[in-house]
Design a binder for this molecule. Structure first.
Ligand code: HAM
Length: 420
């Protein structure tokens, strides 16, 4: 039997209501903050991610699904959305639109990672990006979008961790301070972090290996090495968050795994869903658009992993059931009634009503059982005598009340069905 590729998922009809619930909440929260949807290709030129996400990142070094097309071009399935949105802005001349520009997306992403609960190779993100606002008010607003989403989804046990990783002015000195600190412990670092010492010492700070994280505990903190402008930005963000009533803690170990970040970085951590606890992560990326060939334009955003949101909702006791019950099921007896029933359900559907009738030639008893299983709100039994008299009993399945209706009066039937 052919099975789905490792690290991918089938989202079955029984689970899809939860996905649709999250997607609709994501859209309504985005709308409330004035964000418009943007859609872009599932694959891009590989170079976009090398330049955008960064050569030293795990994503680019180890996790990309890269292939050569029939013309020899190197393409990559998107491992995230931010670089693509930045490319879209530049390519479509949107960098001179009225700012701030607020965009959101619901996308699938691909990363070759070791699958486990909350981590897959094809996964789904809700992301938002805000361009053209360098002020810390924009950071606060983006965090407020995330905060609002989490609240609307009913997720309870989360913590917001924020940090600033500085800017091109102050980061080199901080990097050096980190390098000096970790160099004294090189022998004990894990193999990955030994490599990171040269390429990206900041990433050692969020290494999950027990030895590295123990050493990282006393490492120099970014917040102590910020230039005055970055320090002020961070202070202002804290002021806004306090004003907005959003609780947070400063976590010097939040550095994020992508190279484009500057200044603010943050994560919402669910405290009860296991190792893959970051349900949402983001930050500011003031150099990205320029690095990709556009003008100097600041940006900030986040993305939330849908499967992790689902895990957190489950832990918070949120249970979404499908509400799509047929308004009417017509059980029929005999060929003529079955044909007539097809006409009635067709007319009701034209009126926007969900109605079903038998398609597989079941017995009356089996049809009623089916109606029950589908949780039909009303049923109607149609046989030769009902057809002859143009009358049938409409049964309310929730309270068993029966009402006589005229079979050819679709308006009256619709009115009966619309009464809850
Ligand atoms: P990221 O931290 O790589 O950031 O991913 C964002 C979120 O996507 C994570 O917090 C997690 O919930 C989910 N996620 C990541 N990888 C996986 C996986 N393999 N399986 C399941 N879920 C996963 C970004 O992607 C940035 N583009 C976010 C951003 C937007 N920063 C600024 N704007």
């Amino acid at each position: 039997m052919i099975q789905k590729p490792r690290g991918t998922m089938d989202i079955l009809p029984k689970d899809v209501a939860t996905w649709q619930f999250i997607e609709s909440k994501a859209r309504s929260v985005a709308a409330k903050f004035g964000f418009s949807e943007i859609r872009f290709p599932s694959f891009e030129s590989t170079e976009l991610f090398h330049r955008g996400v960064g050569d030293s990142t795990d994503v680019v070094q180890k996790e990309m699904y890269t292939f050569t097309d029939r013309e020899g071009r190197s393409l990559t399935l998107r491992p995230e959305g931010t670089a693509s949105v930045a490319r879209t802005l530049i390519e479509n001349g949107m960098c001179s639109d009225t700012m701030p520009l607020k965009l959101y997306y619901l996308i699938n992403c691909f990363r070759y990672e070791k699958p486990q609960a909350g981590r897959s190779r094809e996964f789904f993100q809700f992301g938002v990006e805000l361009f053209g606002a360098a002020d810390a008010a924009a950071d606060a607003e983006i965090i407020a979008v995330a905060h609002s989403l989490i609240k609307e989804l009913g997720i309870k046990n989360t913590k917001l961790h924020i940090n600033s990783i500085g800017c091109p002015e102050c980061r080199p000195a901080y990097r050096q301070a980190l390098k000096d600190y970790f160099a004294a412990n090189t022998a004990e670092l894990c193999d990955t972090c030994k490599g990171r010492l040269e390429t990206n010492p900041l990433r050692i700070l969020d290494c999950k290996s027990p030895v590295c994280s123990e050493i990282a505990k006393n490492a120099p903190k970014t917040v102590d090495h910020l230039c005055p402008e970055c320090k002020q930005h961070m202070d202002e963000l804290e002021g806004y968050l306090q004003e907005m009533g959003i609780e947070y803690e400063i976590d010097p170990h939040i550095v994020r795994g992508l190279d484009y970040y500057t200044r603010t970085v943050y994560e919402f951590i669910a405290t009860d869903i296991g190792a893959q606890s970051t349900i949402l992560g983001g930050g500011r990326y003031d150099g990205l658009i320029k690095d990709l060939g556009g003008p100097a334009l600041s940006g900030i955003g986040f993305a939330a992993g849908i499967t992790r949101l689902i895990l957190a909702m489950e832990k918070s006791g949120v249970n979404i059931e499908s509400e799509n019950r047929p308004a009417l099921y017509i059980a029929s007896m005999g060929k003529d009634a079955a044909k007539y029933a097809m006409g009635v359900v067709a007319k009701l559907r034209c009126e926007g009503i969900y109605a079903e009738t038998d398609l597989v030639g079941r017995s009356l008893k089996a049809q009623m059982k089916y109606a029950d299983k589908k949780r039909a709100k009303f049923t109607l039994i149609m046989g030769d005598s009902e057809l002859e008299n143009n009358k049938a009993q409409l049964k309310n399945m929730d309270n068993s009340q029966q009402t006589e209706i005229a079979l050819d009066d679709i308006g009256a039937l619709k009115a009966m069905l619309s009464v809850e």
